[in-house]
Design a protein around this ligand. Structure first.
Ligand code: AMP
Length: 483
């Protein structure tokens, strides 16, 4: 009796549940209370056996290797519910928060062996490809993984991103505002050409499936639009992904990315963000994976966000339920603000990158606690706390990116960063040094009382980090100053 009271006291006194702290505390208490060695042993045994159950400590496997995953790893590692974090495959930055494992996020059998061997109870999926390929269904269908929760939707849910045609039909069915469209498949190229002739430029063509962010073509030129349609359908320009093409009306406005975490019934709205896609200042030049992001977004005021929730988020969650689509994870709504009204440009079945690098640092609540609520479908009983400050994430990219660029450049100055977070994207450790390994190399995130302050901190630190060919946009947020 005395023992269990003492253990409860230990657990109650010590909100942090790191093993050593609890052990240390128990020893201190036993000394003060004069409890003998045997009792002390029993306390420790009790702790070892039951602590995981009592406090729900878990081993987590995070999938992915970009800046989004570094931001997730940084946040997950802060959770008192975490025992061990593994990142597959991770990058040089994620090493600071867990153990990188050399596994392909799309090798489900390999992941399954790892999950069994390392007693993983939660898999957090960063990128879309494993979700679209059915990672959740894979684990759900195997009884030995009944206790493993996957943060991310089923294959059917991931179709919101995996098939543009599916997403359009879904939006039309549930009266969610989106651009007018038609879908064309194999044998329908000439009908597609006729449809294009009836539209006004610019023409928007979207490969139906995943095309590594390159499947959208927007052109003012009708002949070019027609040629692209033929190449996509008849010459497999984007492989299987382009065998069906959505042609849609061009929406004129300004974009914003909105995120929710849903347990399938309820949802929590995260701070919105705006990303910068083009390589050049003033939004010029080629598209990239993202040159940075800002959160919150000034024009996404209360009235606008209310429209987003009523016209888009709620009908989407309800639609998924009506379709009996299992969705427990993030939904990313890529929206266009057209004269104060939100329209859906795209759905994604995961968090955005570079938006995550601005949004995740603004979440004050314990992410694993929220993920637990997603699993238990009781998100409605949880509130989420945010840092009310503004966030700015700017990307340092390799010289030449998004065209050909060199890798393996030694990165220096990371230790001299002050007052910002650095999230690694394209980095790895080589010869005990951190070197670039991708086009988008590092995101520098800062929080400030306003957007200008957040940006100024990130830009000051962008000057402190060096690698050959370093490039970044110096105009982030400028387009938002007049809102
Ligand atoms: P998506 O992959 O669907 O997000 O498209 C990539 C980008 O193309 C979007 O972020 C927009 O900038 C642009 N875009 C896509 N669809 C439209 C549209 N209907 N009207 C205007 N711009 C669009």
């Amino acid at each position: 009796m005395k023992v269990s009271i003492l253990v409860i006291q230990i657990l109650a006194f010590e909100p942090k549940i790191y093993k050593n702290i609890v052990i240390h505390k128990s020893l201190k208490l036993t000394r003060t209370c004069g409890i003998n060695c045997k009792t002390q042993q029993r306390i420790l045994t009790y702790k070892c056996v039951n602590l995981q159950k009592i406090r729900n400590i878990m081993n987590v496997l995070l999938l992915g290797s970009g800046g989004r995953e570094h931001a997730l790893a940084w946040k997950i590692a802060k959770s008192p519910q975490l025992e061990n974090l593994f990142i597959a495959p991770g990058n040089a930055g994620t090493l600071a928060h867990g153990m990188n494992v050399d596994l392909n996020p799309e090798d489900f059998d390999g992941l399954a062996n790892f999950v069994s061997d390392h007693k993983i109870s939660m898999i957090v999926v960063g990128p879309e490809a494993p979700l679209v390929n059915g990672i959740r269904d894979y684990f759900d269908q195997r009884p030995q993984f009944a206790d493993v929760s996957v943060i991310g939707p089923s294959k059917a849910g991931a179709m919101l991103e995996g098939s543009k045609a599916f997403a359009k039909v879904f939006m039309q069915k549930y009266k969610i505002p989106t651009a007018a469209y038609k879908t064309f498949g194999v044998g329908e190229t000439s009908q597609g050409h006729e449809f294009l002739e009836r539209l006004k430029p610019p023409y928007v063509l979207k490969a139906d499936g995943l095309a590594a962010g390159k499947g959208v073509i927007i052109t003012e030129d009708l002949a070019e639009a027609k040629q692209n349609l033929s190449e996509m359908i008849d010459q497999a320009k984007f492989g299987e992904a382009g065998s069906k093409v959505v042609i849609e009306e061009f929406l004129e406005g300004i974009e914003v990315s909105v995120f929710v975490l849903t347990d399938g019934k309820h949802y929590i709205l995260l701070p919105e963000a705006k990303d910068y896609k083009r390589i050049g200042e003033g939004d010029t030049g080629k598209n990239t994976g993202g040159m940075g992001s800002i959160s919150p977004v000034p024009f996404a005021n209360k009235a606008f966000m209310q429209k987003v929730e009523e016209r888009i988020i709620k009908p989407t969650i309800e639609g998924l339920q009506k379709e009996e689509i299992h969705y427990q994870g993030f939904i990313f709504f890529g929206l266009m603000n057209v004269d104060g009204n939100p329209w859906v440009i795209e759905y994604n079945c995961r968090l955005g990158d570079p938006e995550s690098e601005a949004v995740i640092p603004c979440i004050k609540s314990d992410l694993l606690d929220l993920f637990g609520a997603v699993k238990n479908q009781d998100l409605d009983k949880h509130s989420i706390e945010f840092d009310e400050r503004h966030a700015a994430a700017i990307f340092l990219v390799s010289g030449g990116y998004p065209d050909a660029y060199e890798k393996g450049k030694i990165i220096t100055g990371l230790d001299s960063v002050e007052g910002s977070l650095v999230f690694h994207a394209g980095t790895k450790v080589f010869d005990a040094k951190i070197v670039s390994s991708g086009g988008r190399v590092l995101a520098i995130t800062s929080l400030g009382e306003n957007m200008e302050e957040a940006l100024a901190k990130s830009y000051a630190n962008a000057g402190r980090i060096e690698f050959e060919g370093k490039n970044y946009r110096k105009d982030l947020g400028q387009d938002l100053l007049h809102f």
